[in-house]
Design a protein around this ligand. Structure first.
Ligand SMILES: Cc1ncc(COP(=O)(O)O)c(C=O)c1O
Length: 342
């Protein structure tokens, strides 16, 4: 199957409704002191923590397509949900405010305590309607969202709900586009990375994998999943990628064999900080002044550091680490990060 150029992919994506929310392109910057400390390959960081909206992060790219879809459908309220320290919900509430939509959040305390700190504090400041619930992330929380949305519809509102079936392929498009953005930056900087590492549990990883297939990029996309979903993660990401390709009316398809996703850096569970993640946070903060988050990017970086220490990369190779954001969560993890027990 023939590959598309980045321009051709942009032109194809331009057919989808999109609102402008993110500061793009995000910077791609080298981290030489970090590389030297690791005695590893050259490392470049893709700064998607700098997408701009209310502390930024990957979901702001997603929301350019999701909220445009909501507006097309004449929605007046968004119903979103995830963990109490959700970066997704924080960025979505901010996007709603910017677009004049109401936002109702269902936040699960199963992953973290519900102290009003970090992302949860930011949700409050934005005036989102917040419901703290006990359902864990996954099918039970999804059901709660659909129920809440149905109730709002009955009351005469026009809700747009976070629904993983239509939502994730649309969100994945934004990360196929992000890969195009990166390939253009590689060309500008005349660098030839052999791998991109990213924390991914859904649309972000699926979009990168699809982008690789569409654009015919030869490097590896290495995904580290922060949560043990109750389903086959590689097969699920392949399905999301293929549904995104269908949305774009492109013939490119991937299988679960094309999805290099690992779960070995989750530690005791989603949202629980690990010693390797804590080390990763300190290493890059102290060598480059870059802040990672404890739930996603620290664990993905821990996976990358592990691979470097196991000799996976030569010193003249280039590896890109995708920083997907999540930084406000550090404030909610103060005690864990400082090594205090509860
Ligand atoms: C900081 C951060 N990185 C990565 C992810 C994973 O994104 P996705 O589920 O789209 O793969 C999230 C999702 O919440 C996130 O907040």
């Amino acid at each position: 199957m023939s590959s598309l150029t980045t321009e051709q992919l942009r032109a194809r994506i331009a057919h989808l409704p999109r609102v402008s929310l993110a500061h793009l392109p995000t910077p791609l910057e080298e981290a030489p002191r970090f590389s030297r400390q690791l005695k590893g390959p050259r490392v470049w960081i893709k700064r998607d923590d700098c997408t701009g909206l209310y502390f930024g992060g990957n979901k702001t790219r997603h929301n350019e397509f999701l909220l445009a879809d909501a507006l097309e459908r004449k929605a007046d309220v968004l119903v979103w949900g995830a963990g109490v320290q959700s970066n997704n919900c924080r960025q979505t509430a901010a996007a709603c405010n910017k677009l004049g939509l109401d936002c109702v959040l269902y936040l699960s305390r199963a992953a973290h305590n519900d102290d009003v700190q970090g992302n949860l504090l930011l949700d409050h400041l934005m005036g989102a309607e917040i419901h703290i619930i006990d359902e864990p992330l996954g099918p039970l929380l999804d059901e709660a969202l659909l129920k809440a949305s149905a109730e709002l519809a009955q009351a005469g509102r026009r809700p747009y709900v976070w629904d993983r079936v239509p939502g994730r392929p649309l969100a994945a498009v934004s990360y196929a586009l992000c890969l195009a953005e990166m390939l253009e930056q590689f060309q500008e900087k005349d660098i030839h990375p052999t791998a991109i590492y990213a924390a991914a549990a859904g649309a972000t990883g699926a979009g990168l994998v699809l982008g690789k297939a569409i654009l015919g990029w030869h490097g590896k996309i290495k995904l580290l999943c922060p949560i043990l979903w109750p389903w086959d993660i590689a097969a699920d990401l392949a399905e999301v990628a293929n549904d995104a390709a269908k949305l774009l009316e492109l013939p490119h398809r991937v299988t679960s064999r094309d999805v290099d996703v690992r779960t070995d850096f989750i530690g005791p569970g989603y949202g629980q900080i690990t010693p390797a993640g804590s080390e990763a946070i300190k290493l890059i903060a102290r060598s480059e002044g870059i802040l990672l988050d404890p739930v996603y990017t620290a664990k993905a970086m821990a996976g990358f550091i592990h691979d470097v220490r196991h000799g996976m990369y030569k010193s003249d190779e280039i590896v890109v680490f995708m920083h997907t954001g999540g930084t406000p969560a550090v404030f909610a993890y103060r005690d864990e990060l400082l090594g205090k027990s509860h």
